[in-house]
Design a binder for this molecule. Structure first.
Ligand SMILES: Nc1ncnc2c1ncn2[C@@H]1O[C@H](COP(=O)(O)OP(=O)(O)OP(=O)(O)O)[C@@H](O)[C@H]1O
Ligand SMILES: [Mg+2]
Length: 249
């Protein structure tokens, strides 16, 4: 089982889009995949076709020690530990819980085996994200090609280092993913150069282009594989899944 957190404390950089579509293509490659929606916004829950308003129980209940309710999704071989806005109370309610950084790790130790577990992190460095990093083997960092792309990146790297030194010595960087790339834009090209200078060979060969079909798919509760697999975005996420499978052989 390989556990990968999709993490960047910056908002709107393509974390959820990567979670849903990477999971769908891993599933398509016969990899049994579990998505964990660790964001109270619950975008990966709805993006995989699950109504967040009608959950019997969610990740929030599981973190607080109740039953773990894993659902089937609209994507083949992709399962979901769903979330809803209940989760926004977790960071405060967990203050007095012992080992509160390891609650997700404990859940994963008890659930059945998957080939991949993909965790959708919220855009913050709080207790939820810490739970993700403690439970993970590696971190995938999406970086949007925009002017402030590298702002906050040193803080992000520092957080990963800190978790490595304290709670999870085995944590690695799976890779840095250029997301929402626009080749017609010189700024995009400059940002790619900068990201490569900073992260060197950690940058994935696959680049995710800006593609409207990727933005449309979630409103249908479908991954791009089921919405428009031949779109540029679909082909790019297929390539990313293959790159990750190859790197983990
Ligand atoms: N490659 C892309 N091309 C076009 N639109 C995209 C692409 N990737 C993501 N988007 C859109 O950009 C917005 C932000 O993406 P997404 O929700 O994946 O980011 P996020 O990092 O999960 O955000 P948050 O930090 O709020 O959780 C969404 O509306 C999404 O549909
Ligand atoms: Mg998100």
């Amino acid at each position: 089982m390989k556990v990968i957190s999709i993490f960047n404390q910056k908002g709107g950089v393509g974390k959820t889009t990567t979670v849903v579509n990477l999971a769908a293509y891993l599933g398509n490659k016969k990899k049994k995949t579990l998505v964990i929606d660790l964001d109270p916004q619950a975008n990966s829950t709805s993006g995989l076709g699950i109504d967040k308003h009608s959950l019997e129980s969610s990740l929030y209940d599981a973190l607080l020690g109740e039953e773990v309710n894993i659902l089937e999704t609209s994507a083949k071989n992709v399962y979901l530990l769903p979330s809803n806005s209940d989760l926004s109370g977790f960071e405060i309610e967990a203050v007095n819980i012992e080992n509160r950084e390891s609650l997700l790790k404990n859940i994963l130790e008890k659930t059945e085996d998957y080939d991949y577990v993909i965790i959708d992190c919220p855009p913050s460095l709080g207790l939820l994200s810490i739970n993700a990093l403690v439970a993970s083997d590696s971190v995938l960092i999406p970086i949007q090609t925009e002017y402030y792309a590298l702002e906050g990146v040193s803080q992000l790297v520092q957080t990963i280092e800190l978790i490595k030194q304290s709670l999870n010595p085995n944590l690695e960087v799976e890779g840095v993913l250029i997301s929402m790339f626009d080749g017609r834009n010189n700024l995009s090209l400059d940002v790619v150069e900068e990201v490569k200078k900073y992260f060197k060979d950690k940058v994935f060969k696959t680049v995710i282009p800006r593609n409207i079909r990727l933005a449309e798919a979630p409103s249908h509760g479908l991954s791009i594989l089921d919405y428009d697999p031949n779109s540029k975005g679909g082909l790019a996420y297929k390539k990313l899944a293959n790159e990750i499978i190859k790197n983990n052989k």
